[in-house]
Each structure stands twice: as structure tokens, then as C-alpha cells.
Design a protein around this ligand. Structure first.
Ligand code: CAA
Length: 260
């Protein structure tokens, strides 16, 4: 399937999804949000893919936000639908069975930072710039930023970012735990692929259930989260991969996981 604003490439068990509107710094308009939702939906049903990398095309931007030109003409009801379309996409990414690595190769602003925050792991090029500049435009963040940012960096830092609209660089994002690692920009995609390969080599069902426990547990109290963890722990004892993994350890051999 071809899309006007999204590229999807497959490398072994890894899908790289690239938002491809470089002339608009990959801004998220309705078509891009819809196409990305379709891609994510298809990946959810593609059991041959074990890890997804999400990035932006061009040299300058991951995603510079929701499309301001398109939003300019929206009525309040249309704006609500647009916000909900973006929120549904972020939720879909977060609930995707496979882990998603954001390779943040430049500006991640507004809806772009919100997109990165819906991913499981965030890797940044040293040229990346972050921020939630919506209040400069007279709007609040609308794709989940007021909710995910405090959960990721704490409410004090999130309030500063969301209320001042100040931009910050990759090292600062790293210091506040918003990105996992920072790389020279020319190494970013290679490093994202290397991490994706490391994860893809692990037992896929265990990886997916670990992601699920992290994601679901974030919205549960500790005891309920642990109950869920015990259930997914038990579930893996049905799998061939669990048997192979244990046997390989005990017999001091290697195994390749099959996702069964
Ligand atoms: N929407 C639409 N178009 C955008 C865009 C956006 N978010 N960001 C950049 N563009 C377009 C510019 O309009 C420009 O188009 P033209 O060449 O046709 O004029 C092109 O991309 C290149 O951008 P600049 O010339 O501005 O590039 P720059 O290097 O001078 O500046 C920038 C880069 C600082 C990122 C600047 O483009 C900018 O401030 N962009 C807007 C960032 C922003 O406010 N994002 C939040 C959007 S609101 C939101 O996301 C709401 C939400 O939560 C759902």
C-alpha cells in the first residue's frame, strides 16, 4: 500500500515508518494522521514485525507539530474531532503490541513531541529540539501532551514546558528523562536500527507482554498492576519460546525465538 505522506520500509522483522512531508517539517495534517493510523493498525495485525521505528524525513524535523495552516480554519467542533483523531492515533501507537522506538531527528514540537511520547523508547539526534509551543498560538496541547508529559517528566517540569512554550535541546531532554539516549545526528538511524534488532532478537511474546504490562500498569494501582504482571508471567509458560529460552540457559547453548 502506498501513502501520500507516510513511507513504510521493512528490514527483516523491523518496520521503519517515516512521516514524509519534509516541506512542512512533517507537520501532522488530517491526511497524515489518518494514514499513520492505518499504518499502525496494519502493523498491529502483522505478526512478522517485532519492532517499529518511527522517524521523520529530511534533515530538520521529526515532526514540527500539528498542521497550523490546516487548523487555522477549523470550527471548535472540527478542532475537537482533530484533537480526538490525534489522541486516538497516540493511543493506538501506545497499545500497539510491538515496541515502538522514536528516532527523533530534529524538531519534535507540539504534536511531534506528543507523537514521540506515545512511543516506548525515544532516541534523539543531538540536533533535536523539543517543546510544546501551543500557547504561542493561543491553544493548549491537543494530542495528549497535557497528560503524557507530566507522567513522563513530573508535573513541575511539564508545567514549565507547556506554559512557557520554551524549546529545549536533546541534552536537556535527556537530563529530564524525556529521551533515553542522544547520538550524533549521523548515527541516529543506525543506532535506532541496532536497538530494534536487539529487541527483535528477544522472545517476541515476552517482549509484547512486557510492553503491555508497562503500558497497562501505568494506568493501574500497584497491586492491580502486579496482578496483571503475574497473569502475563504465567501466560509465557505456555510458549515454546519460554521452553527454548530456559533449555538454552540450562544447557549453555543459544536459541532463536520463534514467537510461539
Ligand atoms: N504546521 C504547518 N506548517 C509548518 C509547521 C506546522 N506545525 N511547522 C513548520 N511548517 C512549515 C512552515 O510554515 C514552512 O512552510 P513554507 O516554506 O511554506 O513557509 C516550512 O514548514 C518550513 O518551516 P520554517 O520556514 O518555519 O522553518 P524554520 O527553520 O525557520 O523554523 C520551526 C522551524 C521553529 C520548527 C518553525 O517552523 C515553527 O515554529 N513551526 C511551528 C511549531 C509549532 O508551533 N508547533 C506546534 C503546532 S500546534 C500543535 O501541535 C497542536 C497540538 O498539540 C495538536
Amino acid at each position: 500500500m502506498t501513502y501520500s505522506n507516510i513511507l513504510v520500509e521493512y528490514h527483516e522483522q523491523i518496520a521503519t515508518v517515516t512521516i514524509n512531508r519534509p516541506k512542512a517539517l512533517n507537520a501532522l495534517n488530517t491526511v497524515t494522521l489518518q494514514e499513520l493510523s492505518q499504518v499502525v493498525h496494519d502493523l498491529a495485525n502483522n505478526s512478522s514485525i517485532r519492532v517499529v521505528i518511527l522517524t521523520g524525513s529530511g534533515e530538520k524535523a521529526f515532526v514540527a507539530g500539528a498542521d497550523i495552516a490546516e487548523m487555522n480554519t477549523k470550527t471548535p467542533m472540527e478542532a475537537r474531532s482533530f484533537s480526538q483523531l490525534g489522541q486516538r492515533l497516540m493511543n493506538l501507537i501506545e497499545s500497539l503490541p510491538q515496541p515502538v522506538i522514536a528516532a527523533i531527528n530534529g524538531f519534535a514540537l507540539g504534536g511531534g513531541l506528543e507523537l514521540a511520547m506515545a512511543c516506548d523508547i525515544r532516541l534523539a539526534g543531538e540536533n533535536a529540539r523539543f517543546g510544546q509551543p501551543e500557547v504561542n498560538l493561543g491553544i493548549p496541547a491537543g494530542f495528549g501532551g497535557t497528560q503524557r508529559l507530566p507522567r513522563l517528566v513530573g508535573s513541575g517540569r511539564a508545567s514549565e514546558i507547556l506554559l512557557t512554550a520554551d524549546l529545549f535541546d536533546a541534552q536537556e531532554a535527556f537530563r529530564m528523562g524525556l529521551v533515553n539516549r542522544v547520538y550524533p545526528k549521523e548515527d541516529l538511524q543506525e543506532q535506532a536500527m541496532a536497538m530494534a534488532k536487539r529487541i527483535a532478537a528477544k522472545a517476541p511474546i515476552a517482549v509484547q507482554l512486557t510492553k503491555s504490562a508497562i503500558y497497562k500498569g501505568a494506568n493501574m494501582d500497584l497491586i492491580s498492576g502486579q496482578d496483571y504482571e503475574a497473569e502475563v508471567f504465567a501466560l509465557t509458560f505456555h510458549t515454546e519460546d519460554r521452553k527454548h529460552g530456559f533449555r538454552a540457559f540450562l544447557e549453555k547453548t543459544q536459541t532463536e525465538f520463534l514467537g510461539k
